[in-house]
Design a binder for this molecule. Structure first.
Ligand SMILES: Cc1cc2nc3c(=O)[nH]c(=O)nc-3n(C[C@H](O)[C@H](O)[C@H](O)COP(=O)(O)OP(=O)(O)OC[C@H]3O[C@@H](n4cnc5c(N)ncnc54)[C@H](O)[C@@H]3O)c2cc1C
Length: 435
């Protein structure tokens, strides 16, 4: 199929798959990778199963949950995550569980800071927010060093529009969002999370993609001509289109187009992506712990987050080799040759392994943009870019298509929404023409 009425969907991550499902036969989905799923892909290394960063499924959208659970068998469990603070491991999140710390000085500091804290309303940036919302003790002992480890040293350039959905409230404080709000609820110590009953997180995307009618992988989009409504791929294929739904990172999308004016080029330069190194560690036996995630704020462990991925399902737990993944932010670190050794030492410190001899294989994967950095002012920039693209027939959606700190469920939801809206508009137009 290649006709002028078709809608091209660029990217077969969750947002592109959602749009493709909603548009049905009219959608042609293109992705440059040989595998689908985008950032939700799975990697098998030496018999252990990893994802591109620790993934689990949870959503405030009932329809998205039904779609996923209706497409493949999922395994659901209570999330077991911990915070590692100055040699102690307590349940996540620290702002609710600090009374469990053995160190009484830190405990007192956290409690007294919290008594003087307020809602954090009106905080101008992330640094200010963490201090006012959680108090000086919790900020100093965990939340400031953790966020600096993740985003880099300067938290004053980060906005706070995302924290309500991402950062759990403090102890004795009800989180504002409820599951009916349609917004993401920050993860708590009793949150329920799901994962495919077999295989890695990417199985969700594979199952959903069965519903796509026209999916072409290994098709890198290299040129888009909005005037002639033509798109070319690196293989030399040319597609005609009526509309494009793009889930490509906006900077990449703009590179495929000629005649981008200087003001748009300048605007897109303001969008920052956070690079990560993912250190994949394969252990030659079962790792005996129920813990799924460890969050660490200190310098003794290079990763801000350790993902014990085999605890995502009984299937993964039953495999002879277990995978542990360390997410290391490259905001201020360099992933040098020593990183693997430092990560392994960190795993020993956490008690996940006893000796380096238990490690069979390691590999480092670099993700040039894993998180859209939530800088102040980015929302206005994204609005400007999306409007400019919309005038050229291109709707930009998804994590890096909107520079929004969203998960796979929200990306899928946005894709479905856009696809359904277009289908609905076209039906209305056809009805009006017929009457
Ligand atoms: C470290 C980390 C941890 C995460 N943890 C979770 C989690 O626990 N739970 C959760 O639900 N989500 C999690 N996420 C988020 C989730 O992975 C993303 O929200 C989701 O994948 C975004 O989907 P998307 O479709 O918007 O973009 P993407 O998944 O990025 O898909 C974009 C697609 O565009 C394709 N593409 C790019 N350039 C071109 C081109 N020129 N031509 C053709 N195709 C192109 C890419 O190959 C890719 O397939 C995590 C992400 C990271 C990085």
């Amino acid at each position: 199929m290649n006709n002028k009425d078709q809608i091209l969907v660029l990217g077969a991550g969750p947002a592109g798959i959602g749009a493709g499902i909603a548009l049905g036969d009219r959608a042609v989905v293109l992705d440059n990778c040989p595998d689908l799923g985008g950032l939700c892909r799975t990697i098998v290394l030496d018999g252990a199963v990893f994802d591109w960063g620790g993934h689990s499924f949870h959503t405030p959208h009932a329809a998205i949950r039904d779609l996923v659970f209706g497409s493949l068998e999922m395994y659901e469990q209570t999330r077991d995550a911990r915070c590692y603070v100055q040699g102690e491991m307590i349940p996540y999140p620290l702002q609710k569980n600090f009374p469990l710390l053995g160190n009484s000085a830190i405990r007192r500091e956290c409690a007294s800071g919290l008594r003087q804290s307020n809602e954090g309303n009106g905080a101008a940036n992330l640094e200010e927010y963490l201090g006012t919302r959680f108090g000086a003790g919790i900020a100093r002992h965990f939340l400031l060093p953790y966020n600096r480890k993740l985003w880099g040293p300067d938290l004053k350039h980060l906005a706070v529009d995302w924290v309500e959905e991402r950062v759990a409230g403090p102890k004795d404080d009800e989180d504002k969002l409820t599951s009916c709000s349609g917004k993401r609820i920050p993860l708590q110590s009793d949150s329920r999370v799901a994962y495919p009953a077999r295989g890695g997180f990417g199985e969700i995307m594979r199952a959903l993609a069965q519903r796509l009618r026209h999916l072409y992988l290994g098709q890198e989009v290299v040129h888009i001509d909005p005037l002639r409504r033509k798109l070319a791929t690196a293989c030399g294929d040319v597609f005609h289109w009526q509309q494009i739904i793009s889930t490509l990172p906006i900077p990449q999308l703009l590179k495929t187009m000629n005649d981008v004016p200087p003001r748009i080029k300048e605007a897109v330069m303001q969008l920052k992506g956070l690079p990560l190194a993912l250190v994949l560690v394969v252990i030659g036996h079962s790792v005996d712990t129920p813990v799924q995630r460890v969050y660490s704020s200190g310098p003794e462990i290079p990763a801000h987050k350790i993902v014990i991925n085999h605890n995502s399902s009984p299937y993964l737990r039953s495999l002879p080799h277990h995978g542990i993944l360390a997410e290391v932010s490259l905001a201020s670190n360099q992933a040098d040759g020593d990183l693997q050794r430092q990560v392994i030492q960190g795993l020993q410190l956490l008690g996940l392994i006893r000796s380096a001899d238990e490690v069979r294989t390691t590999r480092i994967l670099r993700v040039p943009a894993a998180y859209p950095v939530p800088t102040t002012g980015r929302q206005a920039v994204v609005r400007q870019l999306k409007t400019w693209l919309a005038h050229r027939g291109i709707i930009s959606i998804g994590r890096f298509g909107e520079w929004a700190y969203i998960n796979s469920d929200e990306a899928l939801n946005r894709g479905l929404d856009v696809g359904l809206t277009i289908s609905q508009c076209d039906d209305d137009f056809d009805l009006a023409r017929a009457s």
